[in-house]
Design a protein around this ligand. Structure first.
Ligand code: HEC
Ligand code: HEC
Length: 321
């Protein structure tokens, strides 16, 4: 087969996979996934050899070096911001079965909305949830969310010792809130790219409707995977107060300030996109480990609007350092 034909076939197969949206329940939070499209991915910035730097950083890296292309360790922009990383976090495994955790969750555990923050979460919880990914008790209910499947594949390739070591590392880091919540009636026109929503410049604003729009505060810095950069979550006017009223029972298990209690994970100050995907996964049963059962009553009657309001409220909360 010629290269050209192979590429054409691959493109066709890709389009078919992308186009096949399964049928979803009414509470499906479409906004939380930013499912990529081939058209948008084609316009993502490419490595043209340019070396980039960031404010306060000493290193200079190309886009391929930043993302860790070719199974190389991804750029560590601010080595002084975190303790020494375990090998798996910094570089992945040599056989290439596991990508460096830092490529997606960042060296400081701040993460991105298309994955999640890990800094300061309970180590026992982190190990348990990776074990559940490994044994098939946790997956994403959105088959088009490829990076969630990658995460499951990494968990399957990890040993118990690797899970314990990486969980201990991320649990030891101070939690930070990666997102600022802003209530608004309108948002920019958006395109999904690299699993995030990005604004389309020069287009009229649109009504926000019944969704949250989480996007980088500074697109360029986020595309350089700046672990100090932040996200903004635009939420409908009134969502935070309504979400607070709907979240009264959560503290019973998640702790008084929803900061997490023992092996019940913290849910305060986290990406609303990540939180919404998890609420949806508990609803559909895609997360069905023994402790997921404790979440069942809380999510059973959650509507699409409840998910918007509750995750807007949770994201707006501080986390204790
Ligand atoms: C290719 C990107 C990618 C890499 C690399 C990656 N992850 Fe993830 N990880 C994800 C995504 C995506 C999710 C969230 C899935 C979802 O939204 O359902 C996730 C979720 C997690 C969670 C669940 C957190 C929670 O609150 O329940 C843990 C734990 C985790 N990752 C640990 C790791 C560790 C440890 C490594 C390195 C061995 C790693 N990840 C590497 C993409 C990645
Ligand atoms: C009866 C105890 C209980 C109550 C009440 C409860 N939760 Fe949970 N929640 C849990 C447990 C246990 C887990 C971990 C589940 C697992 O490991 O799969 C969890 C996990 C979660 C997660 C996933 C976090 C992550 O890191 O992936 C979210 C989001 C969440 N809960 C939100 C809520 C919200 C919002 C409420 C209130 C509306 C709530 N929970 C009420 C026990 C509870």
């Amino acid at each position: 087969m010629t290269l050209r034909l192979a590429l054409a076939l691959a493109a066709l197969a890709g389009t078919a996979a992308w186009a096949q949206a399964p049928s979803y329940p009414a509470s499906y939070p479409e906004w939380a996934y930013a499912v990529p499209t081939p058209q948008n991915e084609a316009t993502a910035p490419k490595d043209d050899g340019t070396l980039f730097t960031l404010p306060g950083a000493t290193g200079k890296f190309t886009r391929s070096q930043i993302s860790g292309a070719g199974r190389k360790p991804p750029a560590d922009w601010y080595p002084g911001d975190h303790p020494a990383m375990p090998v798996l976090v910094a570089a992945g495994d040599p056989a290439g079965q596991i990508t460096a955790c830092a490529a997606c969750h960042y060296p400081n555990g701040k993460g991105r909305p298309q994955n999640t923050n890990l800094a300061g979460l309970n180590a026992t919880y982190l190990v348990r949830t990776m074990q559940e990914m490994k044994s098939g008790l946790r997956a994403s209910s959105e088959p088009r969310k490829k990076n969630a499947q990658q995460m499951v594949d990494f968990a399957k390739a990890m040993t118990d010792a690797e899970m314990a070591e990486t969980a201990a590392y991320y649990a030891s880091l101070p939690p930070t809130v990666p997102v600022k919540v802003v209530e608004t009636e309108t948002v920019p026109e958006l395109k999904s790219q690299d699993g995030m929503w990005l604004p389309v410049d020069g287009r009229p604003r649109q009504p926000i409707g019944n969704r949250i729009v989480e996007m980088p505060e500074d697109v360029h810095r986020e595309q350089l995977r700046d672990p100090r950069a932040n996200f903004i979550a635009y939420v409908p006017v009134g969502a935070v107060a309504k979400g607070k009223a709907a979240s009264k029972n959560c503290a019973m298990c998640h702790g008084q300030n929803l900061e997490g209690r023992d092996a019940v994970p913290g849910i305060a100050g986290r990406s609303p996109s990540y939180l919404a995907r998890q609420l949806h996964d508990f609803q559909t049963g895609a997360r069905h480990g023994p402790l997921a059962a404790m979440m069942k009553p809380s999510v059973a009657k959650m509507t699409a609007t409840d998910i918007v309001n509750i995750t807007a409220y949770l994201a707006s909360l501080p986390v204790k350092p």
